[in-house]
Write a protein that binds this ligand. Structure first.
Ligand code: FE2
Length: 202
């Protein structure tokens, strides 16, 4: 089975005014669709065909640029759509709240650290909140479409929150104001989903 572009669980305009409909439409139907098709082309006829995306990324040969870029692009965007929701969803609570407070003091400390990771990623990339086995959480960032699941990436654990800081994610609405886009992202985080990922992967 080839990989398929996942459907969004909300409309393209559902995240406005924080993330505009035109950006969402192009980002999903063009960019994410492109990564999906290119990933399928890159693995067709190889021993990667038929594997899960997680298995492909955790076993990745970083020299395989086509799978690194497009497999990362496929996975990263699939997670990104799911960690957002109109008006956000739920509030940070429970075990994840405890883990975040243990690592960053309080929610504001976490928000500052995550925002800094996203703002200071030079060029294109992603900011992540990851969980390690045992429950510790860690913020990090990666370049391009790299992902914490890939071996040899200096950012580890299982990603449970993702923010795309490629210009294609914000330029139409925010131009060069990446910090404004990062701030807006905090209004649409689906904490219920992030907590579910935390519980499944801690
Ligand atoms: Fe993107």
């Amino acid at each position: 089975m080839a990989f398929e572009l996942p459907k969004l669980s909300y409309a393209y305009d559902a995240l406005e005014p924080h993330i505009d409909a035109r950006t969402m439409e192009i980002h999903h139907s063009k960019h994410h669709n492109g990564y999906t098709n290119n990933l399928n082309n890159a693995i067709a006829g190889t021993d990667l065909e038929g594997k899960s995306i997680e298995d492909i990324l955790t076993g990745l040969d970083l020299n395989n640029g086509a799978v690194r870029n497009n497999g990362g692009g496929f996975y990263n965007h699939s997670l990104f759509w799911n960690v957002m929701n109109p008006e956000g969803k739920g509030r940070l609570s429970g075990e994840l709240k405890d883990a975040i407070e243990a690592a960053y003091g309080d929610f504001e400390g976490f928000k500052d650290a995550f925002s800094k990771a996203a703002a200071t990623r030079f060029g294109s990339g992603w900011a992540w909140l990851c969980v390690h086995k045992g429950g510790k959480v860690e913020i990090c960032s990666t370049a391009n479409q790299d992902n914490p699941l890939m071996p040899g990436i200096t950012c580890g654990g299982t990603p449970i929150l993702a923010l795309d800081v490629w210009e294609h994610a914000y330029y139409l609405n925010y131009q060069n104001r990446r910090p404004d886009y990062i701030n807006a992202f905090f209004n649409v985080i689906n904490w219920n989903y992030v907590e579910k990922l935390y519980a499944e992967n801690k």
